[in-house]
Design a protein around this ligand. Structure first.
Ligand code: NDP
Length: 465
């Protein structure tokens, strides 16, 4: 220990983190709190993607969009709302005010944990040195937590498109919007803009949105999105984008279809933000996509350089980056070795209605062995009066032999709030009998998870997958 301390004292800091997003801030503030001399380098706003350009502002817009649904449903409950006027700039201003408040909180947390904030863009000079806008600082350990950035295919006219970054700050709402990509971001933003009255067309490569999710979930969300007015162009890719006067014309590959629109948004995945960081020069191994290769301790191919969050090729979710940040700080600055368990990570898509899931999809589970599947699709009580033609889906995937619940899936109001609790049950190794022995809360949609009685008969096509 004393030899280690002696070594540490030859550096300016014990830890320098590049990137003040969710993962970087968690690691740095814990390390700082444990007494490590810590600095964090950030070129943009403290808070990173989740707080400044992702989860938080997006969810605030989802709340704003959701009011449209409440207004529509209100009539069934006796309300007559004749004048409802929506003001997009007012929502954006309110959202921005909240982001400023959060940024100040993040900066305060860093200060309180004695983490020095260095403004500028960080670059690795060698295994112990970081350069931030001309200033060189050294550290015993360097943590790369620079996150990801929207990635777009190289097609003619791609320079005309916006990403979710710009979509969160539009000056005004377009009349027509084309969204390319059917993943988390495409689906969430289609829901927001569609609810706010924009004519949304979404171009997806697959037959349904949300590839990788359970097939019943995909089918249900895809149906609900179309029912609510999103025009989906399936199994298609955009070949080119042309500026035409005030708007754009999109050509679809392999077809004569031309799409006229006022704005084009791409949500075709995010790539590690590692270009220009000097990783290769410092000997840090990266994948073809630029992700830092790390081991279970977040250590890169260089012993003193670590990485976590979206710039590694693992799970691109804020709570995962936070868990990695905590594990890193506990291991190296609190003498409490800790790794992250990547099994049964719950996630949600804040579509309209939302999706939440934890564990294996039916197809994934089926590849591992025999399973029992329980599905219920029902009209939520609220919609008996609202008149909304939308069903809620709940689904359990159960190991046929052990009866362990392998996956829980839901599409419907409050799904993310409900599935968070179920994720604990899965972590605890709950069986179907444990679910059945749990008393429901009535009347809720959540109680369906503990009252699923009938196995779905095996469909020959599904069993063959
Ligand atoms: P996703 O990986 O979720 O989805 C990308 C979508 O773009 C897919 O539909 C994919 O199609 C399509 N696509 C990829 N490349 C092309 C291409 N060249 N041409 C046309 N379509 C293409 O990425 P997102 O950008 O939606 O989100 C990035 C990540 O951010 C997510 O993976 C998620 O981890 C995280 N995130 C999480 C959220 C949450 O937790 N609620 C919210 C937002 C983001 P195909 O299916 O055919 O491959």
């Amino acid at each position: 220990m004393s030899a280690g301390l002696a070594a540490m004292r030859t550096y300016d800091f014990d830890l320098i983190t590049i990137g003040a997003g969710s993962g970087g801030v968690r690691a740095s503030r814990l390390a700082g709190g444990y007494g490590a001399r810590t600095a964090i380098v950030e070129q943009s706003r403290v808070g990173g993607t989740c707080v400044m350009r992702g989860c938080v502002p997006k969810k605030l817009l989802v709340y704003g969009a959701h009011v449209a649904e409440e207004l529509e449903d209100a009539r069934g409950f006796g309300w007559s709302i004749t004048e409802a006027d929506f003001n997009w700039p007012a929502l954006i201003t309110a959202k921005n005010r909240e982001l400023e408040r959060l940024e100040a909180i993040y900066e305060r947390i860093l200060r309180e944990n004695r983490v020095q904030l260095i403004r500028g863009s960080g670059r690795l000079v060698d295994a112990h040195t970081v350069e931030a806008d001309g200033q060189r600082v050294t550290a015993e350990r360097i943590l790369i937590a620079c996150g990801g950035w929207p990635s777009t295919p190289e097609i003619p006219g791609i320079e005309h498109v916006i990403s979710s970054n710009e979509a969160l700050d539009l000056m005004s709402l377009p009349k027509r919007l084309v969204i390319v990509g059917g993943g988390y971001i495409g689906v969430e933003f289609a829901g927001i803009f569609n609810a706010l009255g924009v004519e949304v067309t979404q171009v997806i490569r697959a037959g349904a949105v949300l590839r990788g999710f359970d097939d019943d979930v995909r089918e249900c969300v895809t149906h609900d999105m179309e029912q609510r007015g999103v025009r989906l162009i399936r199994e298609s890719e955009v070949r080119s984008i042309e500026k035409t006067g005030e708007g754009y014309t999109l050509r679809i590959a392999g077809s004569d279809t031309l799409l006229e629109t006022d704005l084009v948004m791409y949500a075709t995945g995010r790539a590690p933000n590692t270009a220009g960081l000097g990783l290769a020069e410092a000997g840090v191994a990266v994948t073809e996509t630029g992700a830092v290769v790390v081991d279970e301790w977040n250590r890169s191919s260089v012993e003193s350089v670590f990485a976590l969050g979206d710039c590694t090729d693992r799970v691109q979710l804020t709570p995962v980056a936070i868990a990695e940040g905590r594990a890193f700080a506990e291991t190296f600055f609190h003498d409490n070795p800790m790794t992250v368990d990547y099994r049964a990570i719950p996630s949600a898509v804040f579509s309209q209605p939302p999706v939440a899931t934890v564990g294996l999809s039916e197809a994934e589970a089926r590849r591992r062995g025999a399973i029992d599947v329980y599905v219920s699709r029902f009209k939520p009580l609220k919609h008996t009066l609202s008149g909304r033609e939308e069903t809620t889906l709940v689904k359990l995937v159960v190991d046929a032999e052990s009866q362990l619940v392998l996956g829980c899936h839901m599409v419907g109001p409050d799904a993310p709030e409900i599935v968070q609790g179920l994720a604990i049950a899965l972590k605890c190794g709950a069986t179907k009998a444990d679910f059945d022995a749990t008393v429901g809360i009535h009347p809720t949609a959540a109680e369906e998870f503990v009252t699923l009685r009938d196995k779905r008969p095996d469909h020959p096509a599904r069993a063959a997958e």
